[in-house]
Design a protein around this ligand. Structure first.
Ligand code: ADP
Length: 500
């Protein structure tokens, strides 16, 4: 793989010879291999403009999408090529990955087995195993938010290049990972095009009445993030607490805030705490709870969810991974999903002035660049708030909160904070959980509770490998540097300039 200087030289060469297809393709491949996914995507798009039918380039683009969890975009890129009967089998495997991530196991299995039956060398044991795992039952509410479907290529603002008409060719199957297609009991070599939804039946009841939480948290339970908390106080809490004052200036309580930042940095935690701070109900909506393969069901689910929030006002309605929904608007693969997004926007706008009074919509995303601009219009999720990774002081404070109900020796949380650079809240929770588990075993052996100590946390910290922030910053850097004409990502500028 290239080092940084090599990559710089390659970028410069491509910049000087923008029409040199092999060079651009090489650069794109290097970027992909090095994990600069958004930039790889932009390069592949540019290359596709030069060679619209090139299968390898399309495959590279699709892989860049898949690795950014932009499954809808990957499928949109692959689809034109998959439509022809002689499509390169490796493309089918790539599509299977995206379909599986979207929860469409049946189509994923069909794609995979069709591809492998034509060319066993493209098989992927890991994927085959995941396809054969029993489908996750369609969960009602508290399910962890599932693999999102993302934007069609055209809606991805990342690249300065026009969205190309894609063409395929594979890339995704990890080299060497492909033993011949293991005959799978569940999926015979030539499966009939199965439907077989892991989805609720069309007539299943909407997720109404479920999971209205009373959050036992407040901002005191959120360590650090003072600027973020202050922003939420001004944007959400004060209008609700002092409506008269805001009315005097022609402002209404309501509307929404889009929380964005690296995964695990505390967006959900913060939303829950905001609800508690307000004494409001909290409704946590994973998009899996809403999206449904049957036309009309998703709309019903969405309406029911908003109605539930309105019945429980004041209420914080939290949509996690909102980019999955936002992206669908331009996803032409399924016209009805556009309808769903339009309905989401209509619900956000409220049928009348008072419809959403006392309903605060918080949405979270790790990929704000995929959120359709329509979502960010005034009165909708018009207030993006960056939830940053914690600095050392914030990490120490998070650790203190996470440990506060445990038997503790004298603790040096600052030392642990220093040893957990680049860790986000979720990583720190992992550190504490791991240390507690080890301590519990010791205590069981000793027959008495042994308090948790600094060395325990330091030992557990050694075992975590925080990579999410670095990757996230690297993607963000590409958007800040290359797709920030509107200034939407200005807030990120000082963050992405740091070394991560
Ligand atoms: P995100 O929604 O950004 O992916 P979460 O809110 O799920 O992240 O954070 C994961 C966990 O990390 C939370 O459940 C919480 O225990 C912990 N956590 C994250 N940030 C903080 C914080 N600032 N203070 C206290 N705990 C935090």
């Amino acid at each position: 793989m290239l080092d940084d200087a090599g990559l710089r030289a390659l970028r410069e060469a491509a910049r000087l010879s923008p029409e040199n297809l092999p060079l651009r393709q090489h650069l794109a491949g290097q970027l992909l291999a090095m994990g600069y996914l958004a930039e790889a995507e932009a390069e592949y798009r540019a290359a596709l403009v030069l060679a619209p039918k090139n299968a390898d380039i399309t495959a590279g683009l699709a892989e860049a999408f898949v690795r950014q969890s932009a499954y809808g975009a990957a499928l949109a890129a692959l689809e034109p090529l998959l439509a022809s009967p002689g499509y390169p089998p490796k493309l089918g495997v790539l599509a299977a990955r995206a379909l599986l991530a979207e929860g469409d196991t049946a189509r994923a299995a069909h794609r995979y087995h069709d591809a492998v039956s034509r060319d066993p060398s493209v098989g992927d044991a890991d994927l085959a195993a995941r396809l054969s795992a029993p489908p996750v039952p369609a969960s009602p509410y508290p399910a962890p938010a599932p693999a999102p479907a993302y934007p069609a290529a055209e809606s991805v603002p990342a690249s300065p290049y026009p969205a190309p008409a894609p063409a395929p060719a594979p890339a995704y199957v990890a080299a060497g990972s492909a033993p011949a297609y293991p005959a799978h009991p569940t999926y015979p070599a030539h499966p009939a095009p199965t439907p077989a939804p892991a989805y609720p039946a069309a007539g299943s009841p909407p997720p109404d009445g479920a999971e209205v939480e009373r959050a036992g948290l407040s901002f005191a339970d959120v360590a650090g993030m003072e600027a973020v908390k202050e922003a939420l106080r001004i944007k959400l809490l004060l209008p609700l607490q002092q409506p008269e004052l805001f009315a005097a200036y022609g402002k209404r309580a309501g509307g929404g805030v889009l929380l964005y930042g690296p995964p695990g940095a505390g967006k959900t935690h913060l939303a829950r705490a905001a609800a508690g701070e307000l004494g409001a109900a909290f409704v946590n909506v994973g998009l899996a709870d809403i999206l449904d393969m049957y036309i009309g069901s998703s709309e019903r689910n969405l309406r029911a969810t908003f109605e539930m929030a309105r019945r429980n006002r004041p209420c914080v309605l939290f949509f996690d991974e909102v980019d999955a929904l936002a992206a669908r608007r331009s996803d032409m693969r399924q016209a009805h999903t556009r309808q769903l997004v339009n309905q989401f926007l209509a619900e956000l706008d409220g049928v009348d002035q008072k419809a959403n009074e006392g309903v605060l919509v918080l949405a979270a995303t790790n990929a704000p660049w995929y959120v359709d601009v329509a979502f960010r219009r005034p009165g909708r999720l018009d207030q993006p708030v960056f939830v940053p990774p914690p600095d050392a002081a914030a990490r120490a404070a998070i650790l203190r909160i996470l440990c506060r109900d445990k038997p503790l020796a004298e603790m040096d949380f600052d030392a642990v904070a220093r040893a957990t650079e680049h860790c986000v809240g979720a990583d720190l929770k992992g550190v504490v959980d791991r240390a507690v588990e080890a301590k519990l075993q010791q205590s069981i052996r000793a027959g008495r509770p042994i308090p948790l100590s600094t060395p325990d946390l330091l030992a557990a910290a050694q075992t975590v490998r925080p990579t999410a922030v670095r990757e996230w910053m690297s993607t963000a850097r590409n958007y800040v540097m290359h797709a920030n004409d509107s200034g939407a990502w200005d807030e990120l500028m000082p963050w992405v300039k740091r070394k991560w």
